[in-house]
Design a protein around this ligand. Structure first.
Ligand code: ADP
Ligand code: ADP
Length: 218
């Protein structure tokens, strides 16, 4: 579970996240919906400890991200995992990540299978299509078999097949009891992916409700 409590981020130029509070429950896909500039990425960066809140807190399983003993086995995040050296081969990147996190080679084989990347394991990252790079980011996020998965705008720029693949993956991972947060600026996409929505605008909470209630009210 993710708990965001009165989370606030101010920059000199303004406020990106403004007293935001919500929970992300396990066992369902929660959509984090808002237009570009609403504060989604800033919120996710604070959940991941990549950015310091001006006020408030973001907790995963009751702890700050920095206090998690083995972050990769607790939280898999696309925002963090997508960073790949362009010359690095798919399998080598995952092996390197596994090794630096005390995980075995068998996890690499498992995530290559799970993400349909086994056939591309020997390819250099720079030769991958956007969709395949997205899968590699997801493979990296899944390495530690995390209980919490955070995907920041995962379908941006993907073709329809890639969009559907991500949608089904998110649902399957939630169905296994994980906590899954997917951000998007597309209502149409979130309506098909998420069973619960946290909607923000200008850094503020606008709605926190089941997707079908939101859809029937708009
Ligand atoms: P979203 O992910 O919903 O598109 P962001 O979290 O990226 O929104 O941005 C929210 C607001 O914060 C935007 O107005 C953006 O310009 C501003 N912002 C984000 N990062 C910074 C930064 N490092 N310095 C100043 N303003 C920032
Ligand atoms: P090698 O393949 O022998 O590990 P590299 O030149 O590829 O050598 O990597 C050098 C160092 O760069 C690594 O020891 C590691 O600290 C860092 N590194 C390698 N791959 C990545 C990656 N995907 N993301 C971030 N850092 C990396």
């Amino acid at each position: 579970m993710i708990e965001v409590n009165h989370l606030t981020k101010r920059y000199r130029g303004g406020t990106a996240v403004d007293d935001l509070s919500f929970r992300v429950e396990p066992g369902r896909v929660t959509g984090f919906l808002g237009p570009n500039g609403a504060g989604k990425s800033t919120t996710i960066r604070m959940i991941l400890g990549l950015d310091r809140p001006t006020a408030g807190s973001a907790l995963v399983g009751g702890r700050r991200y920095a206090e998690l003993k083995r972050p990769l086995t607790v939280v898999g995040a696309l925002a963090e995992a997508s960073d790949v050296h362009p010359g690095r081969r798919v399998r080598d990147h995952l092996l390197w990540l596994a090794r630096s996190n005390g995980l075995g080679r068998q996890r690499v084989a498992a995530v290559l299978d799970e993400t349909g990347l086994a056939g591309a394991a020997g390819k250099a990252a720079r030769t991958l299509s956007l969709g395949m790079r997205q899968r590699l980011g997801i493979a990296a996020a899944l390495l530690g078999d995390p209980g919490v998965l955070i995907l920041d705008e995962p379908v941006n720029g993907l073709d329809p097949e890639g969009v559907i693949w991500i949608r089904n993956l998110a649902k399957r991972l939630a169905g296994e009891g994980r906590t899954v947060l997917v951000s998007s600026h597309l209502m149409s996409e979130m309506a098909l992916t998420a069973s619960h929505l946290v909607v923000i605008g200008r850094g503020r909470l606008l709605a926190d409700l089941p997707t079908d209630e939101f859809v029937s009210a708009h």
